[in-house]
Write a protein that binds this ligand. Structure first.
Ligand SMILES: Cc1cc2nc3c(=O)[nH]c(=O)nc-3n(C[C@H](O)[C@H](O)[C@H](O)COP(=O)(O)OP(=O)(O)OC[C@H]3O[C@@H](n4cnc5c(N)ncnc54)[C@H](O)[C@@H]3O)c2cc1C
Length: 492
């Protein structure tokens, strides 16, 4: 018998386990898959020595989130931080480029440079205060009202139909749109602007880092810490019913509400069931991984220096593609997220070879292979791309759900990211991690603050459980006397 059972070893489940184990409690983590990590897992998908991030790949929040800062993640694993955080190619060899340096970004954006600075610089200057708003439950009085107001002003600026007022050039409009399109949904939207501006501000503070050895390194170092504090992790252990873990005083569930309902088997109150019935799942992703015989032959030279690129053309084209997804269609010219990890981390592919990570948005439940549409979109900005493709591997939206039951219909956010579900994730409550069942808490991305590898849902749920069930404070997570962080990899 253990004090705490954690179901699911995604970044939030492992963060919760770290908090509980460091509080001196006995902890066991169950993971249905053969390996740990959930959305932070790296695999040799196609060929030996070619490492692909199955889900998450780029980790600004892993460097900036309060949980990972307290955990001192950046001292425990290596991160390569490209000096181009993200770039957005356009037809005619043009591109918007978000350098880590604000000055270079402003200079590159020409007549829109100062307008970009006025939008993003005040947010970057208040990084931790804004993360304090965005990475907690928004239903509370903000600790930093000035930062919260600044952030709200920027969200209104880019999240409403008048979003074109600020910028004159395609480059600036597309650059900001590419990052606001990360959560699936129509554009402009307040939620897209909110999520996008958080990522955008981080581009100029911690940057958009790529973990050395893949996103798996994040899961592995969390698991190491759980074990170092006496915890146990059992893989190949699918929990079908809460009865299987009912001996523990606390159960932390890194699962989607739909799966929680199945596990609870009618034990939830009617009111809670009704609130969960209103929780909706969003549209989905089709993921395509590539092995390349050389780098992507980008037309615009700065794309080679970008860890991440957003493809799909102008602001208007991207908004049109996202609207099609929202209407249940597969856009012929989709918005594509792309990362080129092997350009910055030599552990990802043998010398001369490259791995490429891409996905596009598709309707929930889609079974369509979008490899050709994604390939054509890359070829548009990198003629000759097809010639360097050695192999590709597609995971359709329904394949994503088969990979991880939390991605309902391929919804990689485990719940639509819309205004209602920013406030009620998964139910309207000041403590939405708690459930009506004594000692049972949700800690997945279906709870605040929502998607991303930040560990904050795990920290929030575990902190609440520690206080309510054990009367304990959240333990100090940092480590004394750690050796200095390994130097970041030299950039190519
Ligand atoms: C294609 C894709 C790209 C992404 N890119 C990024 C990115 O670049 N950066 C970023 O920050 N985020 C990214 N994300 C989002 C990120 O991966 C998620 O937000 C994050 O992994 C959520 O963590 P979690 O712990 O809540 O759940 P998950 O990562 O979903 O982990 C849940 C775990 O629980 C296990 N589980 C579920 N049910 C059971 C059960 N009954 N019994 C036992 N085990 C169970 C699952 O197998 C899984 O391992 C991406 C996601 C996808 C799909």
């Amino acid at each position: 018998m253990v004090d705490v059972e954690v179901v699911g070893s995604g970044p939030n489940g492992l963060a919760a386990a770290v908090v509980m184990a460091r509080a001196g409690l006995s902890v066991r983590v169950h993971e249905t898959a053969a390996t740990i990590g959930g959305g932070s897992r790296s695999v040799e998908l196609m060929e030996q020595d070619h490492l692909h991030d199955f889900c998450s790949a780029v980790h600004p929040m892993a460097l900036a989130s309060p949980f990972f800062r307290a955990f001192e993640l950046s001292r425990r694993i290596g991160f390569a931080v490209p000096d181009v955080s993200f770039a957005h190619p356009l037809d005619g060899g043009r591109a918007g480029v978000a350098y880590r340096s604000m000055e270079r970004t402003v200079a590159g954006l020409g007549v829109d440079g100062e307008a970009y600075r006025r939008l993003v610089q005040p947010l970057s200057d208040r990084e931790q205060a804004i993360l304090g708003v965005a990475l907690h439950h928004v239903v509370r009085i903000p600790k930093h009202p000035v930062a919260a107001l600044r952030f709200a002003g920027a969200v209104l600026d880019q999240g409403l139909p008048a979003w074109n007022r600020r910028f004159r050039t395609d480059e600036a409009k597309a650059l900001v749109t590419g990052v606001m399109a990360h959560p699936v949904g129509t554009l402009p939207s307040l939620t897209g602007a909110g999520a996008g501006l958080v990522l955008n501000l981080l581009a100029h503070t911690v940057g958009w880092p790529i973990p050395v050895g893949g996103s798996q390194a994040i899961a592995d170092v969390l698991a190491l810490d759980v074990r170092d504090h006496g915890g146990e992790i059992v893989t190949g252990s699918r929990i079908e019913s809460l009865a299987e873990v009912s001996d523990a005083r606390v159960v932390l569930l890194d699962v989607a509400p739909k799966n929680f309902q199945a596990m609870a088997r009618g034990r939830l109150t009617a009111a809670y069931e009704a609130a969960l019935a209103a929780f909706t799942y969003g549209n989905a992703a089709c993921k395509v991984d590539f092995i390349l015989s050389g780098p992507v032959p980008w037309t615009h030279p700065e794309l080679h220096r970008a860890g991440t690129a957003h493809l799909g053309g102008t602001r208007e084209e991207i908004a049109a593609g996202e609207k099609e997804v929202n209407q249940g269609r597969h856009p012929a010219s989709p918005y594509v997220l792309l990362s080129q990890p092997s350009s910055f981390d030599p552990t990802r592919a043998p010398e001369g070879r490259h791995t490429l990570w891409t996905y596009c948005h598709v309707p929930r439940g889609s079974t369509r292979d979008m490899a050709e549409a994604i390939t054509a979109q890359i070829e548009r900005f990198a003629p000759g791309f097809r010639d360097v493709v050695v192999r590709s591997h597609t995971t359709t939206a329904s394949g994503l759900e088969a990979y991880n039951a939390n991605y309902v219909g391929g919804d990689f956010s485990s719940g639509a990211v819309n205004l209602r579900q920013i406030l009620a994730r998964p139910v309207p409550s000041l403590q939405p991690w708690a459930t009506p069942l004594k000692g049972v808490y949700l800690c997945s991305q279906s709870t605040p603050p929502g998607p991303g590898v930040h560990g904050m849902a795990g920290l929030n749920a575990a902190g609440l459980a520690l206080r309510r069930e054990f009367g304990l404070p959240v333990p100090y997570l940092g480590l004394e006397g750690m050796p200095p962080r390994e130097p970041l990899l030299p950039l190519t």
